[in-house]
Design a protein around this ligand. Structure first.
Ligand code: PEP
Ligand code: MN
Length: 273
């Protein structure tokens, strides 16, 4: 038995499916989570959310508490951002996901969001993991910037061991020597994690590449490798985005990809020993 007992395939051979509203994550049909990096203002987000719903996106994303490298960068709108995100989701008819960065924000985040995102920088914030482990609430756990698969699955184990079984993993690229891309999307991790664990896996090629023109090719690769869905940053005007503009798709680009996805059958590769 691997050290991440509850997360392992050995402990549970069948895939875990996490239900969020009508949407089944890990249920066989690729799930698309999309939205801006950060919630910026209500009008923009409501309009974008309605457009995303029309395209066939399943879940709306938007950060309200932003973990930024520089203290001078936009830090997010905080509770106002949560309220705007929930309102945009309500108007468009989409469940919403947002990042939790501190235990003190947990009650607000649970009130407004349908999925809690634990960001890369907090993958090993063990107190945060234990807190969300006490809930019965979907949690998307991003891989740490330089976490091994075992460290990542052990982080998931903290949540599972607390009694919360609604864990979704998210590969978002790792640090490498390459500087052309923001991160190196670890395509190996996709089939490896599906082999090692029963948990659903979402691919985030936006942070995984950091470059708009690379996002959709890597998205296709991740689905072909067995990812259960995608998390894609999209902004109506990436040039003016307050965070992560260079990796944000334009709505038209995403609309075209959604059409492609609806026509395509990304065969789920079989997990075999
Ligand atoms: C994000 O999703 O906007 C984010 C900050 O992601 P990560 O934790 O992967 O850097
Ligand atoms: Mn971002």
């Amino acid at each position: 038995m691997p050290p991440y007992k509850l997360a392992s395939r050995e402990s549970k051979p069948e895939n875990t499916v996490v239900r969020v509203g009508d949407c089944l994550i890990g249920g066989g049909t690729p799930v698309v989570i999309a939205g801006p990096c950060a919630v910026e203002n209500e009008e923009m987000l409501v309009n974008l959310a309605c457009r995303l719903k029309q395209m066939g996106v399943h879940i709306l994303r938007g950060g309200a508490f932003k973990p930024r490298t520089s203290p001078y960068s936009f830090q997010g709108l905080g509770e106002d951002g949560l309220r705007i995100l929930a309102e945009a989701g309500r108007v468009a008819g989409l469940p919403v996901i947002t990042e939790l960065t501190d235990v003190q924000h947990l009650p607000q985040v649970c009130r407004y969001a349908n999925i809690i995102q634990i960001g890369s920088r907090n993958m090993q914030n063990f107190e945060l993991l234990k807190e969300v482990g006490r809930l019965k609430f979907p949690v998307l756990l991003k891989r740490g910037l330089s976490a091994t698969l075992e460290e990542w699955l052990l982080a998931a184990e903290y949540i599972l061991a607390g009694g919360n079984r609604e864990v979704i993993l998210c590969e978002r690229g790792i640090r490498s020597f390459e500087t052309y891309t923001r991160n190196t999307f670890d395509i190996n991790a996709v089939p490896a994690v599906k082999y090692l664990s029963h948990l659903p896996l979402i691919a985030d090629p936006s942070h995984g590449t950091g470059r708009r023109e690379l996002v959709l090719p890597v998205a296709r690769a991740a689905l072909a490798a067995g990812a259960d869905g995608l998390m894609l940053e999209v902004h109506p005007c990436p040039e003016q985005a307050l965070s992560d503009g260079p990796q944000s798709l334009r709505p038209g680009e995403l609309a075209e990809f959604m059409q492609e996805l609806q026509g395509a059958s990304y065969q789920r590769p079989r997990v075999s020993a």
